[in-house]
Design a protein around this ligand. Structure first.
Ligand code: UGA
Length: 428
């Protein structure tokens, strides 16, 4: 395999994982970030995010992997530039591409460059605009490749090294082939297509995954209303190979840095073309309702929530990550405070940003401390620590043993036997 010089722009989740994995595959990688503190931490050998296997991989490849703020250092020797900056929602609901454009403009006159690779999730048509910008900045010789990532947080390294597929959208076959060759050593089918289609694959994949979860959540509510058990129902539905068992787990709603942002961006993108997508809109609405359903379950058990003490166990949007972006816990905490409840919480990793609602929530180091004297508990994130917890002991700590298990983590019969007034999602 030919060793290539690669500049990765952005040292966030995607940039760090991409940079580390490309170094692992034998390339010389410089990761550039404009945040000096982040670069300092990485240079000191620490990893500013929680991602299994990433720290070890960075350490293992330190000869081939450097971190810098300096643009010239990133571009010296770079044949390929990866764009891995964030594309947050803007005020209009469109993805904010300002960081993407600023990276592309910064490449001006990088004569050794042969390809620019877009890893950031962007609207369809971004590649065409990038092409114009590259040409304007003296980079007509540089090919543009859309190579969306399908890595999930908490398993990003594994997903990068063993993907289901590698999607290559190219406006220049030589650049596309160069990017495919960077992945030598990874055994996965390569789907090569035009740039716009590759951009759409990413958005459509996340939208379909979100659709499956919203579908599962809607079926769960129907199960609650009819007495069926959603676990049995979707377990058997998923056995049909045409449907598949994945992403059919009902819960407290989907969150994270991707599904909420990408589904909104896709809806906005559709609206910009004069088309109002009915299904996607319903998928988003079902999720917004789902995040609030826990409050209704608590009201059914406790009546007025004003003055009640409620413990939220888990804050991260899913286990195995410290990420709080668009976490359902934030909506739940805000709703409970608005009802006049006192909210307490525990999470083994997540650290919420300063500001409301979390400034008004008391945080505890152990689940037991969070449960001490509360009127109800909500399982928000399915941390393994909670599956292992001694619930018989926990029961004695609570003022009233009301539990809403928003992740169907625990066994209803066992919890009721202990004495909990237990409800979960779509299970009788
Ligand atoms: C998601 C996709 O899974 C990745 O393929 C994609 O690359 C990534 O977004 C991205 O666009 O960057 P991620 O957001 O890390 O990855 O997390 P997921 O594991 O997909 O979970 C998303 C949300 O759905 C979580 O809130 C999770 O609790 C929820 N979920 C997932 C369910 O409620 N039920 C399920 O069956 C599965």
């Amino acid at each position: 395999m030919a060793e290539r010089g690669i500049a990765v722009f952005g040292a966030g989740y995607i940039g760090l994982v991409t940079g580390a994995c490309l170094a692992e595959l034998g390339h010389r990688v410089v990761v550039r970030d404009i945040n000096p503190e982040r670069v300092r931490i990485l240079r000191a050998g620490d990893v500013p995010i929680h991602e299994p296997g990433l720290g070890e991989m960075i350490a293992r490849n330190k000869e081939r992997l450097t971190f810098t703020e300096d643009l010239d250092q990133a571009l010296a020797g770079a044949e390929v530039a990866y764009v891995c900056v964030d594309t947050p929602p803007s005020a209009s609901g469109d993805a904010d591409l300002s960081r993407v454009w600023s990276v592309i403009r910064s490449l001006t006159n990088a004569q050794g460059l042969r390809a620019v690779v877009m890893k950031s999730t962007v609207p369809v048509g971004t590649g065409a605009r990038a092409r114009v910008l590259l040409d304007e900045h003296g980079l007509s010789h540089v090919g543009y490749v859309s190579n969306p990532e399908f890595t999930a947080e908490g398993r990003a390294v594994t997903d990068f090294m063993s993907p289901d597929r590698i999607v290559i959208g190219q406006d220049d076959a030589t650049a596309g082939a160069l990017v495919v060759a960077l992945h030598t050593g990874i055994d996965a089918p390569v789907a090569t297509m035009d740039v716009k289609s590759a951009e759409m694959v990413k958005l459509a994949s996340n939208a379909l995954l979100a659709t499956k979860i919203s579908f599962a959540n809607e079926i769960a509510t129907l199960c609650e209303n009819t007495g069926a058990d959603v676990g049995e129902v979707l377990g058997a539905v998923g056995m049909d190979h045409r449907l598949g068992a994945h992403f059919l787990r009902p819960g407290i709603g989907w969150g994270g840095s991707c599904f909420p942002k990408d589904s909104e961006a896709l809806r906005q993108m559709a609206s910009n073309t004069g088309f109002h997508p009915q299904l996607l809109t319903a998928v988003i609405n079902v999720n917004n309702i789902q995040k609030r359903r826990a409050v209704q379950h608590l009201k059914d058990e406790l009546g007025d929530l004003a003055g009640k003490d409620i413990a939220l166990l888990g804050m991260a949007f899913k286990p195995g990550t410290d990420d709080m972006r668009e976490a359902p816990s934030t909506v739940l905490a805000g709703r409970l405070l608005a009802e006049g409840a006192q909210v307490r919480c525990w999470d083994p990793l997540a650290r919420p940003a300063a500001g409301e609602p979390w400034d008004s929530v008391t945080r505890f180091a152990t689940p037991q401390q969070a449960l001490d004297g509360v009127d109800a508990v909500v399982i928000v994130t399915e941390w393994p620590e909670l599956a292992r917890l001694d619930w018989t002991e926990a029961h004695t700590l609570m003022r009233t043993p009301v539990m809403f298990d928003g992740r169907n983590l625990l066994d209803p019969a066992r919890l009721r036997e202990i004495g909990f007034r237990y409800t979960s999602v779509g299970r009788p």
